[in-house]
Design a binder for this molecule. Sequence first.
Ligand SMILES: *Cc1c(COP(=O)(O)O)cnc(C)c1O
Length: 318
Amino acid sequence: MDQSNWHKLQKYQPSPIQEIPHPVFLEQGLQLLVKRDDLLHWPGAPAFGGNKWRKLKYNLLAARDQGAECLLTFGGAFSNHLAATAAAAQALGFSSVGMVRGERPMQGNPTLDYCEACGMELRFISRTAYRQLTSNLNCLPGEFTGYYVLPEGGSNTLAIQGCAELVEELSEQINLGPANYIAAACGTGATVAGIAVGSKGQVRVLGIPVVGGHFMEGAISKYLADYQYSMPIHWQLENHYTFGGYARFDDALIDFINDFNSEYQIPLDPVYTGKMFCGLIDLARNGFFAGAGTIIAIHTGGLQGVAGFNQRWGNRII
Ligand SMILES: *Cc1c(COP(=O)(O)O)cnc(C)c1O
């Protein structure tokens, strides 16, 4: 395998921090910063970026060290994680298999087309089979023996290690204090668990779930327990910004995303980062951050999903 490519995974430019002069924050004497992890990605492959870069990094190194030649993972038809894994496999010389929930869409979609263009073999499985497999990875068929298996969303202990590094990187760029917040969107919760680990209790961590069901608190606690992290840390969730559930949206969210991009030149996606920023501004308006000083929002990427959204709903995100 090409050594210089592995080098790119371990030595990279920290993602930049950008200040957003949003009136709601300025009025309250707060500073809103964005850590642009959407700009952290494999050269020429933005899908292998954002929080998926952080989550995959140590998994890819482990796969290499175990001598695995093939990665296997799971996702829905628009999954950022599938696209990231496909791109990462191609970049680092693994073959890859993606188990996709549900039937193959009649006309394809940009995410799945991209995965296949990266060389990922897609297997479409029923929702029931998908649920069974993802909830018990020991049930994988014998043909996958020797594969490096990434759980759904790539969420495991090595992913948490990678996300914890984000805070280390951040603390070399700016001063973090106990009143400040680091905020990120939660899908499985592994990213926020990693940020909480990295915070070492020295900054507050705020997760904005983008999926309903109130399982997130327990999921994050479990990731922290699996990581055997027992130092005091300050983390919390704000559950009011799911917009009705995973990948649900309304006109206000789409308008917000388009306005935000034209105002600040920061593209957002409708599944994760759009909801997070919408939530942060609403929370600020309601006085949630009073006295917090600086709020650092993590732009976790996910922009590969916009093309699929626009294909499905008619070019609504500009
Ligand atoms: C996958 C993803 C998330 C969710 O990460 P979890 O670790 O599953 O909580 C957040 N933002 C973006 C852009 C993502 O692609």
